[in-house]
Design a protein around this ligand. Structure first.
Ligand code: GLA
Length: 741
């Protein structure tokens, strides 16, 4: 993930300035990194952001500024530690620091906590030296007496100004020690009294609920203790000022942690109302045994700032994900329209049934056919088969080849479902290797969906999983893997290694998961991957770097989806958000929705179809064929464009989003009416993000606009005068495009 080519590295020069100019999409992208030795101040600039920190006279690395870009000539005075407030609050708690060891009189959240073999647990880190390189700074810190070194790593993205932070912890003592907490770093925001936190909560089939709450003194912890990312919180946050902000205006600081194991982000307002945000692997039950001579690299914690409200902040984050995080960035491939068999056939897959569905899907314009769960081992229900990754000979007597050939002959590519980290006790694998699962010796093994979690931290399990997946991809023409993960951890023991190393499981499991994905991608570069965990339970910037898309939720009710998709897109680009059109009434809540409504809801992300096509009427096929063609005409705008939230599904009876393509030539608007009351018409829609002076032609994709709407008008007209749409009744929807002339 290099942002740009290298400049010469310079160490501790008097006044160092390294800067580089890059042009991206005709926009000027600029990053510079400076070290002023006279004041011991470091400054990073990128996009519209300036980030400044300094070394104070205590040797602490102190945050000075993070926010809107400041003039290049702006000088900063040396960092000064906070004065003591009282004997109860030593300055170490009120000085905004980039990285603290737990030691001395520290009570706020530490970044690093260590226990040494002699019982000492005091760790006080001080600045040693720096290395400034192109758009990066490495800052070396060391404990006041022991040979524990920490390199704070900073990298600024020239286009968005988003910073990547991480820490590398090195044991140069003569003995091993145990890391009990290791954050990537702490983000500090200036003293304030009206901060508001945005985050998401969720559960299976109810992910991505956006929450907002005022920040007061004390600590809020967003976390997962589940072994993986989880749906209950997501490792992402935004903080703005409650009194002055809206969708498009006001200061917003945001961050996202690239870690798919148990994680923790704490948001803490200290005794003097400074705000600190610390993030890394979850410190609960955490330990990493670091032998002498070894390093521990924390995950990356990304942070950014926008003065264009939460809408501007999420647009910046989307662009950053597309430009730097996703596989093939900055030009990740557009998502094909896919068909998935799960809701149609569940576990009852077989050659004839899948071929019949594939034939029907192909007539709609579907580009990828995905066979879901049920094709392997003795998998007839969710009680058996996970772990035995051979093709079931009763369901597919001639292997997968006839089905794959059929799918190819229909001009679609072929994808398949797997759940590599899991095993059913009723499987050959478990009968042979009962010791391969997470467990504590002699204790119960708690099942979830009748399955146990394989301990991927074990080298033999890692090798087994890599080997069968590699074989599956080598022997079959498979273009897409849906990688599922349908439960969270229990009894996270690893009895096979010495006691002091058993908690390494939290880190080693996740590292091995990444390693398998990375190795498969390298060996099979044309295969795409989806991250799924019973829905949206494993979505974060760590897995996003290795997977092309994510399954948003098992909840496929098209109305519920509006809310889920709204929450999802605060953190993640709509381009990776898989959304299937499924049958109505839905299994979720028995709601009945028109096929057109279901399509429009799914077309806000990456379109898929998951309905049982055997039950569709000729009219359904006609509607779906038209909608798939419509989607293809707007797909690039939806997947790569800038998203504006015009009316929130959380706030009223309407929901409206608009996406503007990167080249500004097309804007697509989706409007949904949940329920009209008292004969009120739909509120006027004022568009955003258009060129005031350009002329745009209107083209309704489905539904009607009011009869006084001009066929074409200026961007200023569509934004300021707006457009009226004819939506009345319950669960109505329409969409239109504007094309720049
Ligand atoms: C999970 C996934 C579904 C489907 C089933 C198969 O629930 O989220 O999409 O793949 O598993 O068992």
């Amino acid at each position: 993930m290099q942002f740009f080519s290298s400049l010469k590295s310079i160490r501790n020069s008097a006044v160092l300035v390294s800067a580089l100019l890059v042009f991206i999409s005709s926009q000027k992208a600029f990053a510079s990194v400076q070290f002023h030795q006279d004041t011991n101040v470091f400054r990073l600039d990128g996009g519209d952001i300036t980030y400044v920190f300094g070394i104070n006279d205590q040797g602490q690395v102190q945050t000075i500024y993070w926010g809107k870009h400041l003039p290049a000539a702006q000088q900063f005075t040396a960092a000064q530690p906070a004065a003591a407030v009282a004997s109860f609050d030593a300055p170490v708690n009120t000085t905004p620091q980039e990285y603290t060891g737990w030691g001395g009189a520290l009570y706020v959240e530490p970044d690093l906590k260590v226990t040494f073999p002699d019982g000492n647990r005091d760790l006080v880190l001080k600045y040693v030296s720096n290395k400034v390189d192109e758009n990066e700074i490495d800052l070396l810190m060391k404990d006041i007496s022991r040979e524990v070194y920490v390199t704070l790593q900073y990298q600024v993205d020239p286009k968005s100004g988003i910073l990547r932070r991480s820490a590398n912890i090195e044991n140069r003592t003569k003995q091993p020690f145990t890391i009990e907490q290791a954050a990537a770093g702490t983000w500090n925001l200036p003293r304030g009294t009206d901060y508001r936190l945005h985050y998401v909560t969720g559960r299976w089939a109810g992910e991505w609920n956006l929450q907002q709450q005022p920040i007061h003194g004390g600590k809020t912890v967003l976390e997962s203790r589940r072994g993986t990312t989880g749906a209950q919180n997501n490792p992402w946050f935004m903080i703005d000022h409650a009194s002055t902000n809206d969708q498009d205006q006001g200061d917003v600081w945001f961050g996202a942690l690239a870690w798919s194991g148990s994680w923790e982000i704490s948001i803490e307002q200290n005794a003097v109302q400074d705000l600190r945000v610390t993030g890394g692997p979850n410190s609960f039950d955490f330990a990493y045994y670091l032998k002498n001579g070894e390093h521990f690299q924390t995950p990356n914690f990304y942070g950014g700032y926008s003065d264009h409200g939460v809408g501007g902040a999420s647009r910046l984050l989307h662009r950053f994900e597309i430009d730097t995080i996703l596989p093939h960035a900055p030009t990740p491939k557009l998502r094909p329209v896919l068909y998935n068999s799960w809701e149609a056939t569940t576990f009852n897959v077989d050659e004839a049934g899948q071929m019949a569905l594939a034939e029907k899907a192909a007539t709609l314009g579907v580009e990828r056919f995905v066979m879901d769960d049920g094709w392997f081992g003795q998998r007839k229900t969710d009680h058996a088969g996970l772990g035995d990754w051979y093709v079931n000979p009763q369901k597919f007597p001639h292997g997968l080849k006839p089905l794959i050939d059929k799918v190819h002959s229909l001009k679609m590519d072929f994808g398949i479902w797997v759940e590599p980290e899991m095993v059913n006790p009723d499987s050959d694998l478990y009968r042979k290797h009962p010791d391969w699962v997470l467990n504590f010796t002699g204790r119960p093994r708690t099942e979830g969906r009748n399955q146990l979690v394989l301990n991927l931290a074990r080298p033999d399990v890692h090798d087994y999983v890599l080997q069968w997946l590699d074989k599956l991809l080598t022997e079959n023409e498979i273009s897409f893997i849906k990688w599922d993960y349908n439960r969270n951890w229990a009894e996270p023991g690893w009895p096979a290694v010495p006691v002091e190393q058993q908690k390494n499981v939290y880190v080693d499991f996740t590292r091995n998961y990444y390693d398998i994905l990375a190795q498969l991608r390298k060996k099979h570069p044309n295969v795409e991957f989806e991250s799924c965990s019973g829905g949206g339970g494993r979505v974060d910037l760590g897995v996003m770097a290795l997977t092309d898309e994510v399954w948003t939720s098992d909840n496929t009710d098209a109305y519920d989806r509006l809310l889920l998709q709204d929450g999802f897109t605060y953190a993640y680009t709509p381009g990776v958000m898989m959304a299937w059109v499924t049958d109505s009434p839905t299994w979720v809540n028995q709601r009945t929705l028109s096929l057109e409504y279901r399509f429009l809801s799914s077309m806000q992300g990456s379109l898929g179809i998951g309905a049982n096509l055997n039950h569709w009427t000729p009219e359904d096929f006609a509607t779906a064929t038209k909608m798939v063609a419509n989607y293809k005409s707007i797909r690039e705008t939806v997947q790569r464009g800038s998203l504006y939230r015009l009316m929130s599904p959380r706030e009223g009876e309407q929901s409206v989003t608009e996406s503007v393509s990167q080249d500004g030539k097309q804007a697509v608007t989706f409007a949904f009416l949940h329920s009209s009351t008292q004969n009120y018409p739909f509120p006027r829609i004022n568009l955003r993000g258009l060129d005031e002076n350009a002329t745009y032609t209107l083209n309704p994709l489905t539904g009607k606009v009011s009869s006084d709407t001009p066929a074409s008008a200026s961007g200023a007209y569509w934004m300021h005068r707006g457009i009226d749409v004819e939506l009345r009744g319950d669960f109505q929807a329409m969409a239109f495009t504007l094309t720049r002339q």
